[in-house]
Design a protein around this ligand. Structure first.
Ligand SMILES: NC(=O)c1ccc[n+]([C@@H]2O[C@H](COP(=O)([O-])OP(=O)(O)OC[C@H]3O[C@@H](n4cnc5c(N)ncnc54)[C@H](O)[C@@H]3O)[C@@H](O)[C@H]2O)c1
Ligand SMILES: O=c1ccn([C@@H]2O[C@H](COP(=O)(O)OP(=O)(O)O[C@H]3O[C@H](CO)[C@@H](O)[C@H](O)[C@H]3O)[C@@H](O)[C@H]2O)c(=O)[nH]1
Length: 332
């Protein structure tokens, strides 16, 4: 099944970021074919192309998906991705993220597909407060989540050398926001990410937002992150894919805005957007968390002509609109 520019196999297409990527791909004339086991994803989010229900560890299911849909490239989002859980259950992270990616890379090579875009994370850098985080910074992850992503990056390098599988690695900072048209959004249960958790607290779906740590060495004592709108992020993915399809060489790019916000600053922004108080309680630090993660790179701007255009306010507004709208919200 082909559409316009061709099919793209999107692992994790039923998840938060993958579903937004499918919408962006469809808009640009590709046919996104979602491959997802629905472990944390939602079938209602698969709206822009077919769904193949399958797990990364199932080599036969992968081979069938490649044979049936003949994708010209792969976008690999499927993963376990919570830092807290990775501290408690590291085996799940190594098995799902590294083992699952290994099966996918082998199936990609068997199918003769030569281009893959991979979701990595700034968690590969570890806790590097005070250092400029560009793509050349040493990768010293603090947790099994970041370590499994670093290992997958290394595996990609080896698969390129041996099999010619070219890749773009995107190291995301904190992804937030939702489709402003309300077709897809972020819905995890339970929700661990700051902005949707905060929205749940504002709506009374949880008693309060717990601030994980108020004794960090930052201006207000709470941890600092670089938030990037999911729409901006997906535009970078299309640009990265086009680069590969035009024969570009493999690359790793940070995807962040370069601006950091503390947890308390995000809470204040949510109060301003929703015009409601955010109930908060102060708790201890969350194991595995870094104090500050902010991108210090212009490589994606220089090579992909990508700069994020949507700020923190737009992220909270779009997430709020989706969560309070008729979509397939977390407990809709
Ligand atoms: N959300 C963020 O801020 C952020 C930041 C950095 C990196 N990332 C990365 O982006 C990617 C997507 O994250 P997300 O926030 O959309 O997560 P998500 O949990 O919403 O989506 C992951 C999707 O992958 C599917 N999946 C998981 N394991 C699978 C397997 N073994 N086989 C098939 N499908 C499987 C899930 O069902 C789900 O639909 C992940 O690789 C994550 O590590 C996310
Ligand atoms: O209820 C909450 C949730 C989060 N936080 C804090 O808010 C910040 C952001 O947390 P969260 O939204 O959970 O994101 P991260 O733990 O920073 O991880 C996200 O961002 C990483 C890149 O930074 C990705 O690799 C991960 O996949 C993604 O989950 C951190 O300081 C958390 O400690 C709270 O204080 N209370």
């Amino acid at each position: 099944m082909m559409e316009g520019k061709g099919a793209v196999l999107v692992t994790g297409g039923a998840g938060y970021i993958g579903s937004h990527a499918c919408k962006a791909l469809r808009r640009e004339g590709f046919l996104p074919v979602t491959f997802d086991d629905l472990s944390t994803g939602n079938p209602a989010a698969v709206r822009f192309g077919p769904l193949v229900e399958g797990a990364l560890h199932d080599a036969r299911a992968l081979d069938r998906a490649f044979a049936e849909h003949r994708p010209i490239a792969v976008m690999h989002f499927a993963a376990s991705s919570q830092v807290g859980e990775a501290m408690a259950r590291p085996g799940r992270y190594w098995r799902n993220n590294l083992g699952g990616s290994l099966e996918l890379l082998e199936a990609t090579v068997r199918a003769g597909v030569g281009a893959l875009v991979f979701s990595s994370t700034c968690a590969v850098y570890g806790d590097r407060d005070g250092e400029v985080l560009d793509e050349g910074a040493p990768r010293l992850p603090l947790n099994a989540y970041g370590a499994s992503k670093r290992a997958t990056e290394d595996m990609l390098r080896d698969f390129e050398a041996a099999h010619g599988l070219r890749h773009v690695i995107f190291r995301y900072f904190n992804v937030a926001g939702a489709d402003p048209e309300g077709e897809v959004g972020e819905a995890h249960d339970p929700e661990t990410h700051l902005i949707p958790a905060m929205i749940e607290a504002v709506r009374g779906m949880r008693p309060a937002l717990t601030i994980h740590g108020t004794d960090y060495a930052t201006a207000d004592g709470t941890a600092v992150r670089d938030y990037v709108h999911v729409l901006d992020l997906c535009e970078a993915h299309v640009a990265g894919l086009e680069r590969l399809l035009q024969g570009g060489t493999s690359r790793a790019y940070n995807l962040g805005s370069g601006t950091g916000y503390s947890v308390r600053e995000v809470v204040e922004a949510a109060r301003a957007v929703t015009n409601r108080e955010v109930p908060v309680v102060e708790g201890p630090r969350r194991a595995g968390d870094a104090v500050r993660l902010v991108s210090g790179s212009r490589l994606a701007a220089d090579e992909l002509a990508w700069t994020p255009t949507r700020g923190l306010r737009a992220m909270i507004e779009d997430a709020w609109r989706w969560h309070t709208g008729p979509g397939f919200g977390p407990r809709a």
